[in-house]
Design a binder for this molecule. Sequence first.
Ligand code: ATP
Ligand code: MG
Length: 729
Amino acid sequence: MDITSILEGLNDRQREAVTAPLGNLLIVAGAGSGKTRVLVHRIAWLVAAEGVSPHGILAVTFTNKAAAEMRARAEALLSAPPRAMWVGTFHGIAHRLLRMHWRDAGLPENFQIIDADDQLRLVKRVLRAQNLDEQRWPARQSAGFINAQKEEGRRPRDVPAGDHFTETQKRVYEAYEALCRQGGVVDFAELLLRCHELWLDREDLLEHYRRRFGQLLVDEFQDTNTLQYASLRLLGGSAGNVMAVGDDDQSIYSWRGARMENIHRFPEHFRDTRIIRLEQNYRSTGTILKAANGLIERNAGRLGKSLWTAAGDGEPVSVYHGYNDTEEARFVADTARAWIERGGSADEIGVLYRSNAQSRALEEAFLRADIAYRIYGGLRFFERAEVKNALAYMRLVSSRHADVAFERVVNLPPRGIGAKTVGLVRALARERGVSMWQTVKEGIASGEIKARAAAALGGFLALIDEFAAQVEGRSLHDVAQCCVEASGLLAHHAKEPGERGVARKENLEELVAACRRFERDRLSPLDPRGAQADGADEPSSTLEDFLDQAALEAGEYQAEGGAAVQLMTLHSAKGLEFPLVFITGMEEGLFPSRMAGEELGRMDEERRLAYVGITRAMRRLYLTRAESRFIHGTDSYNPPSRFLQEIPVETLQDVRLGGALKRPLQRNGAPRDEDAALRIGARVRHAKFGEGVVLRCEGGGDRARVEVNFAGLGSKWLMLGYANLEMLD
Ligand code: ATP
Ligand code: MG
């Protein structure tokens, strides 16, 4: 292994971090300063120079996608792929440990992960059982309460006594836990808590993993929650080989329990911490960086970092004001098209928004412009109803006792099993402490379930058993195909009217394709899942692995395909970079979000989110807003985002008249940059009116107008799409 090649392409400070002597390390640095790069190189360094076994490395990051990238990059630096290394998200790693030690963790062997949606349904059931009025006690609130407690490491008995609200939620939490235990299901927060408790309860296991993982590395450290931090202390506290990498200015998940203070208190809890700051940004132009720095300076209580770049200023940050969201979206699509026509790739473009509800207008504009796009994180492929239905069938094929799945599809497509019958079965199952499947089976045999219900339920049981027999020994995508088609789901969903039916059908087909890819990747030697990384791993079935992954990666799944513009929320853009970035919906009430005004500290977090968004841009950044927006079913009119005022004005340029121009203007014969054109004060020539100066610009697209002061004639309003204007400077 070549040690010098690991240090290539690093500046002095980065090199210092990569080669630091073994011990606790905290890298605090601004966006784009190479934190992730340093972490990856550190892994390679530990193996190549310090002789650490890859087996002893545990690296944690925020998304599965980032984890895959991290592994690939570390492997590329080392000649021999360090297969045994563990790289993943906190949830992914906890899940892996629980699968290995399910017995010690008090879980059934085939425990299933449930997503937020399933969790909500279970909570609703609890609320109903406790006669709590959904208006007064919304399920979402209870689920939030439960998750927050778990993230703080608290079981119901650990929740401090409180007022009526707390006591009620505590009871809901308790009943919800019982329900999960009974169904053998585990929610996301539970994965972490179980794993933490496993270590607390079983000192021998903890000791084993302490010895095994001599080196812990955590990226995006600013977004760790209390429990994650506590686990990290448990595991790495004594050995003292933890590398934490983060940026307090990019902490954007406090609403999900993240504790930015974890960065501040790290040196207190991890002895002899060496702190290294990186200050050179390699990602963005000087102007983009200045805009970002200027904005984030408005937050109080920062660690404070100065970030500089050796790159030139680049172009100004463009601000576009559209009449409405349709026009805003069209501007984005047109500008993206211009980028592609000038030789750029669609892959280089990231379109960011605060709320998922904004994606629809953007999608339409990209469809109309015939530009390939992909939604990352927002649509949650594996959480779509039709996909979840198919997954439920697959789940039942894998395990008949999966009650959540059973309830979901027992009458889907409709086979005459009413809600009352299902309710009855559920009640019986709970009473007897067995699965619903078991209850039905016994109920039919004993005559307890009769006549029509027995026939319909019996038919369903037979169907699943038949699937299982059919696909025995067959590949994963055969299972999927069977569950999608023979179940009648495809026909059922395709019947839905119009586009919807088409989309659902396509998604079901995509699920089968995803299974095919999953099998292919598992066989590939480069994929982490392809090898059993740990001797203690028990071989598991492809079907179960796929279902686990579908639950864990729900929001990250992307269909494969050619180059495409990436659409995503600002939150999911963390850690990524794009040459061309749009941040859309720069409006008060949307971004910053309305909630920010109401909660203490939330405005600062929104500002950090804006900082994250801006610093994703490498070369070109557009901030767009719409004067009116159709969102959540109504038209709303929001003033421009305060962030537009807070960004240093000298970095901004208004481009009211955008890429939606019908006829491109010519500047000295060359195609004009799609927006640099008509700024206030620009000199223009009109075929009939002669030379003039632009006084005002309004609107965009077809309605774009300019007011021009023509020498000797006075000012005139011109419709830009029709006026024959030529730029003079
Ligand atoms: P973020 O805060 O957004 O997560 P980061 O600090 O993790 O950013 P990286 O993603 O590691 O930053 O690096 C940002 C970009 O700068 C990447 O494209 C990376 O390859 C590049 N880069 C980092 N260090 C150097 C260097 N020394 N020389 C050249 N390019 C570098
Ligand atoms: Mg990073």
